[in-house]
Design a protein around this ligand. Sequence first.
Ligand code: HEM
Length: 270
Amino acid sequence: MSHRPWEDGADFAIGLAPIDEARWLEGGEADPALRKDPLQAEHGDLVWGETETSRRGQREAAALLGVTSFGDLPPLYAAARTVADDLVLVEKTAGHWRVSAISLSAPTFFTAREVLGKSLADIHGPVNGFNDRFLARLVRIFDGLRPGLILQRRNWSVVNSDQPFTPFSAPVRARIGEIAPGDAGRALFTRVERQTVRRLPETGGVLFTIRVWLTPFQALTESPGQLAAFAQAWRSAAPSFVAYKGFHLYAELVEAFLRAHGESHSVNGA
Ligand code: HEM
């Protein structure tokens, strides 16, 4: 499926909407374990973490994905090897929804070790204005999620890397200066995340899934209207969104790309 969430705007949003179970996880990766196992072997707590009390919830999450035998593996990891998506178990302990187990192969600038055991408030602290604008609503959604209901959201960013596994922003951003404006179509990527949440009815937790798509900017020029829609979102992005996503670091390259493809800049939207 083609995901273009900038067409819905360029500001932070909860944006969770119900989907049918048939559309839960999109698949399309023949053997995710081929990508995930080497990361698991090499990157330890950047890509994996579990709390001591999470195994029951992990087993329920795995069963929801049809995985019921785990060998020596933690159940959530055994399940994560079978799907393209990353899997995050979120459970309520001492009054807060916290990450209790996580398998993370495609992080957008975060690590398993920094979110394990953390609450939704702790995790989203770095997102400008998040806790004031969204936290209470998000907690209500986690508290009230009906079994069987699946909610989906998407977010997007611009990055100069075609790698799904990017735990840290600094090494990626350090290379922005190497990009010639004429190469922006190949060197810049839209990075789209599709996330879902779903209740685990037995243990009461929530399974949060994350899937990432990277598409070179060049692809924006392939169908009519797409580039215009992107240009509109890029140029009208909310200042806090721009600052958080580091869009200012890409401003010259993106403008050069848009102009080279006929999207001349207009400040008044005319
Ligand atoms: C479905 C519920 C959730 C919603 C609506 C939500 C929303 C958001 C939003 C609006 C942002 C800012 C970036 C963006 O997406 O545009 C964000 C960032 C982030 N979210 Fe969530 N989130 C949810 C659940 C989670 C969970 C369960 C985790 C646990 C891994 C998580 C981890 C993060 C991280 C690590 C960031 C980046 C924070 C940073 O910059 O350090 N989110 N989230």
